[in-house]
Design a protein around this ligand. Structure first.
Ligand SMILES: *Cc1c(COP(=O)(O)O)cnc(C)c1O
Ligand SMILES: [Zn+2]
Length: 400
């Protein structure tokens, strides 16, 4: 790499194995740690002063935090304007359910219609920095679409491997971005096995969730934004639809980094992190409530929330740690409940969210009903995607 220290903005220092803490160079391309075969996490120099005031004149995208991101040279940034999505007040639902403060961060407004844009913008920027010629990804849908778009922008070859039952809109969009689309009978873990076969010669960079270390760095910017948009305070509780887990892990990583930087006052309490899953595929819920030792043998079913059909997430331990450390919990939502939530968010708030986002609202309702969340708390829902691409999953379920 031709990165001089002069034009290097990033404060990335090294990567660490999420299991044993072994360190790795930020100047080499990595996948899983070679010590434990588990995800690597980027670490930054945070002890030297860096003032929040740098943000004042920055663009409204996730790249406003570039010192805290891993891309070394600005010329390698591959951007379609991702991030800095709005946090909306859901006054109508709040009134209806007697809640003091109900908010929703709308990630459906990202390029390609989901928060996957953040992770893939980062991963493809790093791939460009390392001189990669092409990328491959096993995906439930949104990650493939995002990868295809950013690879197109970067002039890289893209191969997307997704379940055959994925709604047409995801497959089509990949095609129109020029990606090669491979369909597999099964869920994302089956797609991962197929991607490995296709890429047996290792010519393509596999940007699978958490196997590639920098998607997490893109996702964590949601945490920075939440803090900045809350004026460096934080909500009491964050509900997040957890599949592979980068969002949940990333937001928590961001809060820890902001604490280390001193951007969050030491009196600011970190939110409880709630992982929301689909009842059809709830490996985390099973492990969290002690019904299995871990998800390595878990078998899931498809769900209308395609992004949640991740039966054996490699980041399981990291997710459980976030839930435990934050005092959160894990909860699952049925297919029928998701449809109810989708309709409610549509009818009451004018939002057409992804079923994953609908699940998050229904999880809030359930936890409010049991008292696990109180009505006076500041509640932040993460809607991770737009409902548009899921049309095939949800049509034909009602009369007009
Ligand atoms: C991928 C995806 C998820 C799951 O996100 P993770 O960060 O992998 O847990 C949730 N919602 C949508 C819309 C997705 O595309
Ligand atoms: Zn290790």
């Amino acid at each position: 790499m031709d990165i001089t220290l002069v034009d290097r903005l990033s404060r990335i220092d090294h990567l660490t194995c999420s299991n044993c803490g072994s360190t790795y160079s930020p100047f080499q391309q990595h996948t899983l740690s070679s010590c434990c075969h588990l995800p690597l996490a980027a670490q930054y120099e945070l002890q030297h002063s860096l003032s929040k005031s740098i943000l004042a004149k920055r663009e409204a995208s996730m790249w406003r935090y570039r010192e805290l991101l891993p891309v070394l040279s600005e010329k390698n940034v591959v951007s379609l304007g991702e991030g800095f999505t709005p946090i909306l007040e859901l006054q109508n639902l709040a009134r209806q359910y007697n809640l003091s403060n109900l908010l929703l961060k709308d990630e459906g407004q990202n390029p390609t219609g989901s928060f996957k844009a953040r992770g893939l913008s980062m991963a493809i920027s790093k791939a460009k920095e390392f001189g990669t010629e092409g990328c491959i990804v096993p995906t439930a849908g949104n990650a493939g679409v995002a990868m295809a778009a950013y690879c197109a922008k970067a002039g890289m070859k893209a191969v997307v491997v997704m379940p055959r039952h994925t709604p047409e809109a995801f497959k089509e969009e990949c095609y129109w971005y020029g990606a090669e689309v491979v369909l597999v009978d099964g869920l994302i873990n089956d797609c991962a096995a197929r991607a490995k076969e296709i890429n047996a010669d290792g010519k393509l960079l596999d940007v699978s969730t958490l196997k590639e270390p920098y998607r997490l760095e893109g996702k964590k910017t949601m945490g920075y934004e939440i803090a900045e948009q809350f004026n460096w305070q934080l909500p009491d509780v964050i509900l997040y639809p957890a599949g592979g887990g980068t969002g949940l892990i990333g937001i928590w990583k961001a809060f820890k980094e902001l604490q280390a930087l001193g951007w969050l006052d030491e009196h600011v309490k970190l939110p409880r992190m709630i992982a929301v899953q689909a009842a059809n595929c709830q490996p985390l819920v099973e492990t969290y409530f002690g019904r299995q030792q871990n998800a390595q043998q878990y078998v899931g079913k498809p769900t209308i929330a395609n992004g949640l059909a991740v039966p054996r997430p490699i980041g399981e331990q990291m997710m459980l740690q976030v839930i435990q450390e934050s005092g959160g919990t894990a909860i699952s939502i049925s297919e029928e409940e998701m449809l109810e939530g989708l309709r409610e968010l549509g009818k009451s708030e004018g939002l057409f969210v992804a079923p994953e986002g609908a699940a998050v609202w229904m999880a809030a309702r359930k936890l409010i009903a049991t008292g696990a969340i109180t009505k006076s708390e500041n509640i932040l829902l993460l809607n991770t995607g737009s409902g548009q691409k899921y049309m095939a999953n949800i049509t034909g379920m009602h009369n007009y």
